[in-house]
Design a protein around this ligand. Structure first.
Ligand code: NDP
Length: 303
């Protein structure tokens, strides 16, 4: 058996076209085009590529974008000041701070990721990292859905892969992927996207015992670990759906967290790396930026 490849690029394109069409309608109704402001601190090459891709995707969807580059020597106060000025800027609808933040030189105050993300106005928090937005998600009444897990939900739904009643094993419990993914899949009221939730979820991590055995019980296995090809073919139940979130650079090649060649022989459907989950993350960022603009337009109209 060879698994069906879930084409993230194609599904992302579909979503981006939908967002572009909705942006046109939003602008035709008399609103300014939505605007996303990104802050990039330092020179991390991967971050530069991500930010450039996000800018390009915005442009294609009719969303304005602005990039604030700050040197790696930026102090916490300077960064917080920049975020505050974007919070106050009514022309900016969405703000993202590209992670990871650079290490600061020894003796200088460190840039605290948590404090930085907390400083973003929750109404402009298109990554959905602020405690208010995480709390709303947890309670099943989200404002913004975090982009990578939301992209995965969309991909499953648009590929007619049902999650209701299924056992989903999520490996990795990070704040940006694993933990919100598990939460969204467990929701019961369809608040986290199309009627795909209602899954039975196991959230595994580095302290999980018998990981392989647990993975083998998954109808849907989602790997968000950051360890190249850690999920082997013998950890997958025959016929399972495998979603590989990992992006790892090995010898100048991108590989996922799943050993693709082995997994493809066992799974019924699988996401490739690259071209799987990655493109969806950007598509959902565009979706959130438009949503932020709509929410702010509504708030302005009420106020
Ligand atoms: P983190 O490093 O923040 O989290 C990794 C998680 O994996 C942790 O919860 C950790 O457990 C767990 N883990 C580590 N080793 C093991 C192990 N041996 N067995 C079981 N669990 C383990 O990573 P992220 O969630 O930020 O990213 C994961 C991967 O996804 C990376 O490759 C990243 O590049 C990629 N990514 C891709 C995106 C996309 O758009 N496609 C978006 C974001 C990330 P513990 O908590 O115990 O330490």
């Amino acid at each position: 058996m060879s698994a069906t490849r879930l084409d993230g690029k194609q599904i992302a394109l579909e979503i981006r076209n939908e967002v572009a069409r909705d942006v046109q309608q939003f602008v035709a109704a008399g609103n300014a085009p939505p605007k996303l402001a990104a802050i990039l601190v330092g020179e991390d090459p991967a971050s530069q590529v991500y930010v450039r891709n996000k800018e390009r995707a915005c442009q294609r969807a009719g969303i304005a974008s602005q990039l604030d580059r700050m040197p790696a020597t930026t102090t916490p106060a300077e960064l917080l000041e920049r975020i505050d000025s974007l919070n106050q800027d009514a022309s900016v609808n969405g703000i993202l701070v590209q992670l990871p933040l650079p290490e600061t030189p020894v003796g200088e105050p460190a840039l605290d990721e948590r404090a930085v993300l907390d400083a973003v106005d929750p109404m402009k928090d298109v990554d959905a990292f602020s405690p208010i937005n995480v709390g709303l998600l947890m309670q099943g009444r989200p404002r913004f859905l975090p982009c990578t897990p939301h992209g995965i939900i969309q991909m499953l739904h648009r590929s007619q892969i049902e999650t209701a009643g299924k056992h989903v094993v999520v490996v990795g419990r990070s704040e940006i992927v694993g933990k919100p993914m598990a939460m969204m899949l467990a929701q019961k009221n369809g608040s986290c996207g199309p009627e795909t939730a209602n899954a039975t979820v196991t959230l595994a991590h580095s302290r999980t015992q018998n990981l392989a055995e647990i993975c083998r019980t998954a109808d849907i296995l989602i790997a968000a670990v950051g360890r190249p090809e850690m999920i082997r073919g013998n950890m997958i139940r025959p016929g399972a759906v495998v979603v590989d979130v990992g992006i790892n650079r090995v010898d100048d090649r991108l590989v996922g967290d799943v050993a693709f060649a082995e997994a493809e022989q066992v799974a019924s459907a699988i996401t490739p790396v690259p071209g799987g989950v990655g493109p969806l993350t950007i598509a959902m960022l565009l979706h959130n930026t438009l949503l932020a603009a709509k929410l702010q337009a509504r708030e302005g109209a009420v106020g």
